[in-house]
Ligand binder design. Structure first.
Ligand code: PGA
Length: 240
């Protein structure tokens, strides 16, 4: 694991954007794994500026998002589909047909997950996976538990995630209770992983991750099994 400690959120976002742009410049047909949440918003906005300045071109890139609420309509402003369009896809030139997000409108969640996993494999796997981290150490919607699913699957949201995400909904009752998410094995198959963390609230989870120990009670610690993991965090997330 390589850890890059930044002074602040902007520096973290800039470093991450440069890594993504370098990946795409080195291989224009890169397969990117993308994440939602407030953490990568700054990185996306810098990537949009880089695209506008012709520093990076996404016309041949394919993307796979980590997760999506279930069930949820794509037009719901809280869906991750909506988030990605708002914060990235509507501002850059990645072709719509190259964008993959688990379908929160699927009739058959199990089939959707199985096909999603197969599609990632058919593309030769993810070249660069961007991750955020939950306060409880979740990755995507892989929540702390005794057992974790390996591949893309439908899962229940924990109370702590429902409560953390309720800030985006009118009330906690409106937060969907399920999600479709890549599993830890899906994520660990990525060739390179970049995890972003900002703010004191992430300190506990980051401390557990950098301890080098592995436990399913903090799914992020499983990233210690990956041979090319870069953690980019700000001082608050690292030092508390
Ligand atoms: P956040 O969420 O970026 O909004 O903090 C990260 C996550 O829950 O994975």
């Amino acid at each position: 694991m390589r850890i890059i400690i930044c002074d602040n959120y902007y520096e973290m976002s800039k470093k991450a954007a440069i890594l993504v742009a370098s990946q795409v410049n080195m291989n224009p047909r890169s397969v990117l794994g993308l994440a939602t949440g407030s953490t990568p918003e700054g990185m996306y906005s810098i990537l949009i500026n880089m695209y506008n300045n012709k520093e990076v071109d996404f016309s041949e890139v394919t993307t796979f998002n980590l997760d999506e609420y279930f069930p949820i309509s794509k037009s719901n402003s809280q869906s991750y589909d909506f988030f990605m369009k708002k914060h990235l896809f509507s501002h850059i030139n990645v072709p719509e047909t190259n964008i993959n997000i688990p379908n929160g409108e699927a009739c058959d969640a199990e089939k959707e997950c199985e096909e999603y996993e197969k599609k990632i494999d058919a593309f030769g796997g993810i070249d660069l996976q961007i991750l955020g981290i939950g306060q409880n150490g979740h990755i995507g919607f892989n929540e702390p538990d005794e057992f974790l699913f390996s591949n893309t699957h439908k899962t229940d949201l924990t109370e702590s995630t429902i409560s953390a995400n309720s800030r985006f909904f009118a009330s906690a009752d409106e937060v969907p209770k399920n999600a479709l998410t890549m599993g830890m094995a899906t994520i660990l198959k990525a060739k390179k992983i970049v995890l972003l963390a900002s703010g004191k609230s992430k300190h506990d989870a980051i401390s557990k991750l950098v301890s080098g120990k592995i436990t399913t009670s903090c799914p992020a610690t499983m990233l210690n099994m990956h041979k090319d993991l870069v953690v980019i965090c700000d001082k608050e997330a690292y030092h508390g």
